[in-house]
Design a protein. Structure first.
Length: 286
């Protein structure tokens, strides 16, 4: 089985053909995909209508799976596997959720630039999002290349950032959106973690900016000053030249490397059904 990859953005993102993900992957293909992820950071695979079990088998080919915020929320789940993350506006009974529900707040939080599970150790490695039902318009997913963002920094800024760490906290993005009704147990379920703002990607050996909405302050800095720098870096990293916007088709599977990209969902009509399923592997080397 030969993979064919065409680059779809000047900086990153490859569209893959020549593989059927409904079948278990040969180890050599897994190695090929890993190498492609190091280069492209985002891979688009069209016409891969996976059922739940097939998506789980594919995801497990790349390592142990992450539950993310499900460890905090522990809400009713409509999927067969706990490790399948429901990126949808559908409640546990299969109905389009009310706009005021916490399900929708979580949905809207995905519209903030973030790296999945950067709020924990180990953080996330790959995320794999499968499109099942789509609205008539909107709902694109955007990706930003954090390697290119680092490369474009001034030498002065690169020097200033060396050695700085940011604190990432699981519920920071929810608090920003007014979703504050959590118990102390839930607030403490995933303690904050510190990550260097400048990291080296272990596959590509390229430096990158490890930032995003889960980063709530710079360690050792006054909160206000640290947050302003983090906001400036996020604005820099998400310039249009560094961003790819994916327009979904049913059956798409998009895989991205959380260590070298940020992503966000875009707005859509919340009264229209939108269902995507995500699996995420742990970065066991972090």
């Amino acid at each position: 089985m030969a993979l064919y990859i065409s680059q779809v953005h000047p900086l990153f993102v490859g569209e893959v053909t020549g593989v059927d993900l409904r079948q278990p992957l040969d180890p050599a293909v897994v190695t090929e995909i890993d190498a492609a992820m190091d280069r492209y950071a985002v891979l688009v695979l069209r016409d891969q209508s996976l059922d739940q079990e097939q998506q789980m088998v594919f995801a497990r080919s790349f390592g142990p799976l992450d539950l993310g915020l499900r460890k905090v929320k522990k809400q009713p789940h409509r999927f067969q596997y706990d490790e399948l993350i429901d990126i949808s506006n559908v409640d546990e009974k299969g109905r389009v959720a009310d706009r005021n529900s916490r399900k929708i707040v979580s949905n809207i939080a995905n519209q903030l630039w973030h790296s999945d599970s950067s709020f924990q150790r180990p953080a996330a490695k790959y995320s794999m999002l499968s499109a099942v039902v789509l609205p008539t318009r909107g709902g694109e997913t955007e990706f930003a290349d954090l390697r290119a963002a680092y490369d474009a920094l001034s030498d002065e800024m690169k020097t200033e950032l060396e050695g700085l760490e940011a604190e990432h906290y699981a519920l920071h993005s929810r608090f920003l959106l007014g979703d504050t009704d959590y118990t102390e147990e839930q607030k403490n379920a995933i303690p904050p973690v510190h990550w260097p703002i400048v990291r080296m990607h272990p596959g590509s050996m390229r430096k990158l900016l490890f930032i995003g909405v889960h980063a709530r302050q710079i360690v050792g800095w006054p909160v206000a000053e640290g947050r302003m720098l983090l906001m400036d870096l996020l604005e820099h990293a998400t310039q249009r030249d560094f961003v790819y916007s994916h327009k979904w088709r049913v059956g798409d599977l998009v895989v991205w490397d959380n260590r070298s990209t940020l992503h966000r969902g875009r707005r859509y009509n919340l009264s229209e059904r939108r269902e995507l399923r995500r699996t995420t592997t742990e970065d066991t080397l972090s």
